[in-house]
Design a protein around this ligand. Structure first.
Ligand code: SF4
Ligand code: SF4
Length: 359
């Protein structure tokens, strides 16, 4: 019976998609048997696409609504489903592994025996999937980089969706949680620590309320959110979010651990798989050829050319502005990059763009 429910879970998670969808391999079953009880797996399968009220989920599974609410609440705490309040009703959703369940496992930043077990099982599932299907081809960017606004050249058009501060000003609540990618790495191998700040992943609005209620993150005010941006920029981290004009999370990513960056950087042309829509422009008169920008670039888009002058490879440049923020001579500004389409307005538009690119 338990075997059957986990097989059905695999089929459901294959349909839910994401970077690591369900795959019928032993590593999948090892992982989901640790994450889900058979009862929770059955409830996950019964949640329709999008958000649903508990009555609809209970109807799909033939159980009493109050019993299903109890299971859903435990699942939400374990990061196996999402939840959001609209009026007096809490609606529940069944996210894919990524983005969703994997991230929720490590946002609290705890290091219990169970956390370590889950991190190792997730790592071995990701490795097995990568080996079985190869590198996943990105046909349309699922995520985007948001440039550091202060580095954008004055005469450029700066839309609100190009500015992280827009979201900080607009949303309440805002939450911060531990970077799940860096924390997962440390759980698997305590020596795997790049030294970057950890408590820097932000959520906005309904997503923030979800992580605050389930203690996966803490509520912060706008001043602290701005401070987190500052320390992330100083450390050379990349602001990354979903490729929509409306965003509900903002990661501050390193290229050594971040799933978003690593997946984009493994593409033949990372600059087309993940971009801010901007590119750096170097002022040769101000540049002292110190090489700092080459060292800081997370995408290996800069190399040392003739006379050690930095040379830009546009195929690799993701437009993050880490070169500009680190330049001691203020010789780099960001300018608009031609040929990059504006981010889709919302989730529906993003899904349609991905579907069209695959067709
Ligand atoms: S960091 Fe600035 S000054 Fe140094 S090489 Fe790069 S552009 Fe030139
Ligand atoms: S050159 Fe490197 S650091 Fe500069 S914007 Fe491009 S990817 Fe970012």
């Amino acid at each position: 019976m338990a075997d059957k429910i986990y097989r059905q879970l695999c089929e459901t998670m294959a349909k839910r998609g994401g970077i690591y969808p369900g795959m019928d391999i032993p590593e999948f079953y090892n992982l989901v048997e640790e994450l889900f009880t058979p009862e929770e797996a059955a409830v996950y399968i019964a949640i329709p696409q999008g958000y649903s009220p508990p009555a609809a989920i209970a109807g799909n599974i033939g159980k009493k609504e109050e019993d299903v609410v109890k299971i859903l609440e435990e699942m939400a705490y374990k990061g196996l489903c999402t939840a959001g309040r609209m009026g007096d009703t809490t609606f529940y959703g069944a996210p894919p592994f990524v983005p969703g369940i994997f991230e929720f496992q490590f946002m609290r930043g705890t290091s219990t025996e169970k956390d370590i077990r889950i991190a190792k099982l997730i790592r071995s599932y990701k490795k097995a999937v990568d080996k079985t299907r190869g590198i996943m081809k990105i046909t349309f960017p699922v995520n985007r980089v948001i440039p550091v606004t202060k580095t954008i050249k004055a005469e450029n058009r700066i839309h609100t969706y190009h500015q992280v501060k827009t979201y900080i000003e607009k949303y309440d609540p805002i939450a911060v949680s531990t970077c799940f990618c860096r924390h997962e790495a440390k759980l698997v191998d305590p020596a795997d620590d790049c030294g970057n700040p950890n408590e820097v992943c932000m959520q906005f609005g309904m997503g923030a309320q979800f992580v605050i209620d389930r203690k996966m993150g803490r509520k912060i005010d706008k001043e602290e959110a701005l401070h987190i941006l500052e320390i992330s920029e100083e450390a050379g981290l990349v602001h990354a979010a979903i490729n929509r004009q409306e965003i509900d999370f903002l990661c501050n990513c390193c290229s050594c651990h971040c799933m978003i960056l690593k997946s984009a950087l493994s593409q033949p042309k990372p600059g087309l798989a993940l971009s801010s829509g901007f590119m750096p422009e170097r002022n040769a008169e101000l540049c002292t050829v110190c090489g700092t920008c080459i060292e800081r670039c997370p995408a290996d888009a800069l190399t040392s050319g003739a006379d050690e002058i930095p040379e830009l490879n546009m195929d690799r440049c993701i437009g993050c502005a880490v070169c500009a923020t680190g330049c001691p001579s203020e010789a780099v500004v960001m300018i608009e990059r031609p040929g990059i389409t504006v981010p889709p307005v919302d989730q529906k538009a993003l899904k349609e763009a991905i579907k069209a690119s695959r067709a």
